[in-house]
Design a protein around this ligand. Structure first.
Ligand code: PMP
Length: 460
């Protein structure tokens, strides 16, 4: 199937000063009523969207380079997703999956495991509603299956805001301050960040250094026989869009086998096609690495914005008793319909005009174009310390002349991009992430890059 061509590439429309009057009024009401979760430094209120463009109630149209935090895989109001969701709504919106199987969800599980199963290795799926819920399921399953309690996680990681998930989260203390006590028996070790190698190591050796550190912990403070699992983002998201060195995940896999703990990949942000593969760890297996996990968590981009998450596990690991874990809304059929439509586009069963064979291919191609262009900008602007990533999972790190992170300059750059009509999002200490919808065409990417370049020029 080939969908109708989309609206031609456009430029942002800045109809009013930002924020316009309607936007300002909504922001004021929002501040009076909602909990204080709103964190963005700049004023934007979405009114409607189309493709990679979002329009506010004052008629300002912005190009979207953040996709609702790596969620809006197919952009806004994608006709194939809208049709699928509408059709399911007309059938039924909910009949609890803990009580009755639903073919649309069964078929979604069948479809998801196809992306990870290897010959002789069957996988199963648990559906939830959010990334945190998938992570909670993974913690419970790992403990239940191994009969062990300790979990190893990484510094800089983000796994969600529920109790188990914030305990595993290794980034900002504000996520934990005042909320304790948290889960016992969780230890964080450094993430192998080649740009800022931990433990006094080098870009190439930082993976080995991290694993050697873990070995030391196993010899001194954590009996490995008590370790249920190691959870890691195969490419770290909130921590700064970081790609670990080649070989690291394979050695981690070997260590997991040696000590009998499970390997959990949190693919909530980097998964569902964003890097150009269904799962980001498959970037490494595609290079011949052997780093298959035992459990994977997925959420964000899987249903193009409808709340859905999945915890996938090897059948040999998914051994908890029937009914011991569940969720009223998990695997909701309307969200499942959106996920099928999203997978249709990701896999190329349905083709999106201007995006080649599939959205996964498009992410790889447009992503490598953006990365190459950003590398050129890096040569131009001394304060761009690093640009890195895979597909449409790209981080731009801002540095001071001494190479240390420059969060202030990053914030100024983010604002300068916003003022020119580009929605963008920070991460890590001094990074802007490029995580647009995967339907981004090369033309729209070019528009975004031009805005970025103008914004960076305005800083220097
Ligand atoms: N894991 C990762 C890797 C994430 O990036 C996030 C969200 N940023 C989560 C888990 C939590 O997802 P949610 O907000 O849907 O609970």
């Amino acid at each position: 199937t080939l969908l109708q061509p989309q609206t031609k590439p456009r430029q942002p429309v800045l109809a009013t000063a930002l924020p316009g009057p309607k936007t300002a009024e909504i922001m004021q009401r929002d501040a009076a009523e909602l909990s204080t979760s709103y964190m963005r430094p700049y004023p934007f209120v979405p009114d409607h969207g189309e493709g990679v463009w979002l329009t506010d109630p004052d008629g300002n149209t912005m190009l979207d380079f953040f996709a609702g935090i790596a969620v809006s895989t197919t952009g806004y109001a994608h006709p194939h997703v809208v049709d699928a969701v509408t059709a399911q709504m007309k059938k039924f919106a909910h009949v609890c999956l803990t009580d009755y199987p639903q073919e649309i969800t069964t078929r979604l599980a069948e479809r998801l495991v196809k992306h990870i199963e290897k010959p002789g290795e069957k996988w199963r799926v648990f559906f939830g509603n959010s990334g945190a819920e998938a992570v909670e399921a993974a913690i419970k399953l790992a403990r239940n299956h191994t009969g062990r309690s300790h979990i190893i996680s990484t510094l800089g990681s983000f796994h969600g805001r529920t109790y188990g998930a914030i305990t595993l989260t290794g980034s900002k203390t504000k996520y934990k301050a005042g909320f304790g006590p948290l889960l016992p028996n969780v230890t964080h070790i450094p993430y192998p960040n080649p740009f800022r190698p931990p433990l006094g190591s080098t870009p190439e050796a930082c993976g080995d250094a991290v694993l050697a550190y873990l070995e030391t912990l196993f010899k001194t403070v954590i009996p490995p026989s008590e370790v249920a699992a190691f959870i890691i983002e195969p490419m770290q998201g909130e921590g700064g869009y970081i790609v670990p060195p080649a070989g690291f995940l394979t050695k981690l896999r070997q260590m997991a086998d040696r000590y009998g703990f499970l390997l959990i990949y949190d693919e909530v942000q980097a998964g569902t096609g964003r890097t150009g593969k269904m799962f980001s760890f498959q970037q490494f297996t595609a290079q011949g690495e052997d780093c298959q996990p035992d459990i994977v968590t997925l959420a964000k981009g899987i249903a193009s914005g409808l709340p859905l998450s999945a915890m996938l596990a090897k059948e040999s690991v998914m051994t908890w008793a029937a009914g011991s874990h569940g969720s009223t809304f998990g695997g909701n059929p309307v969200a499942a319909a959106a996920a099928h439509a999203t997978l249709d586009l990701l896999e190329g069963v349905v083709k999106h005009p201007g995006c080649g064979d599939s959205l996964m291919h498009n992410a790889a191609e447009v992503g490598s174009y953006i990365l190459a262009e950003l590398k050129k900008m890096q040569a131009e602007f001394a304060f761009l310390g690093d640009v890195r990533g895979e597909g449409l999972f790209i981080g731009i790190e801002f540095v001071k002349p001494d190479g240390s992170p420059d969060g202030k300059l990053r914030d100024a750059a983010s604002m300068a991009m916003f003022e020119r009509g580009l929605l963008n999002l920070d991460c890590g200490e001094s990074v802007i992430r490029v995580s647009p919808p995967l339907i981004l065409t090369r033309e729209d990417a070019q528009t975004g890059l031009e805005i970025m370049r103008a914004a960076l020029h305005s800083l220097s």
